[in-house]
Design a protein around this ligand. Structure first.
Ligand code: CA
Length: 233
């Protein structure tokens, strides 16, 4: 039986305690934080299975947390909020939340929502085991762990660099246009921001090209875009 790891984001201490006590009593592992910045950081560094997210946070709106996390991660996000307006729910769901629980909520309701999310995760992961690792020469991406390696060495990538790398890997051999990459990585509002893309691509390529005798994984197609080429092991 898998033990699920839950990130709890809630600044209201009594509510946070109720949630963490419930999780502990039901054999979940958890990390609890009270701010949006921390939430984004913990999601990136601890790769939780599920995020429980309050919207009214002291440093950042929860919807912004969802947007940021969604720029690189598909982790299920269940919003727990006192905001009960349709508009707030729609904003959160549009930003990429998976479910919405209105405060005050019962412990049983919370546990039921968690079980639904776990079932969805199990379906998503079933049969996908063989696709969970990408290998190209020395480069290896472990999608489940959210890590990339060059040989034995773990690459220290920013979330954006990691997302670009995954996108290139999923389309290995194909030229991806600037527009396609920026749309996939940042969303349509950043479409065609070639300058930012070039900056991220330059640092990513530097990290991938650790030694002079290493092959170039990413080719530039001037004026068009980029391509990850297959290299020999
Ligand atoms: Ca709050």
């Amino acid at each position: 039986m898998k033990t699920y790891r839950v990130l709890v984001v809630e600044d209201d201490a009594p509510v946070r305690n109720l949630i963490t006590t419930t999780l502990r009593a039901n054999d979940y592992r958890y990390i609890a934080v009270s701010g949006g910045e921390e939430a984004v950081m913990e999601t990136a560094s601890h790769n939780p299975d599920i995020v429980l997210l309050d919207l009214g946070l002291p440093d950042m709106d929860g919807v912004e947390v969802i947007r940021r996390v969604r720029s690189w991660s598909n982790v299920p996000i269940i919003v727990i909020s006192a905001r009960n307006e349709d508009e707030d729910k729609i904003d959160a769901l549009d930003a990429g939340a998976d479910d919405y629980l209105t405060k005050p909520f019962s412990v049983n309701e919370l546990l039921a929502r968690l079980r639904v999310t776990q079932r969805r995760l199990m379906i998503m992961n079933a049969g996908g085991a063989s696709d969970s690792v990408f290998v190209n020469g020395q480069l290896r991406i472990d999608y489940a762990a959210g890590c990339a390696y060059l040989g034995e060495e773990e690459l220290r990538l920013t979330p954006i660099e990691y997302k670009i790398l995954c996108l290139m890997a999923q389309n290995v051999g194909k030229v991806l246009t600037h527009k396609y990459i920026t749309q996939q990585v940042w969303g349509s509002s950043w479409e065609n921001d070639v300058v930012s893309l070039r900056v991220f691509m330059a640092t990513l390529r530097k990290k991938l090209h650790a030694a002079p005798d290493m092959p170039q994984y990413i080719q530039t197609h001037v004026g068009v875009g980029y391509r990850m080429q297959r290299v020999d092991g």
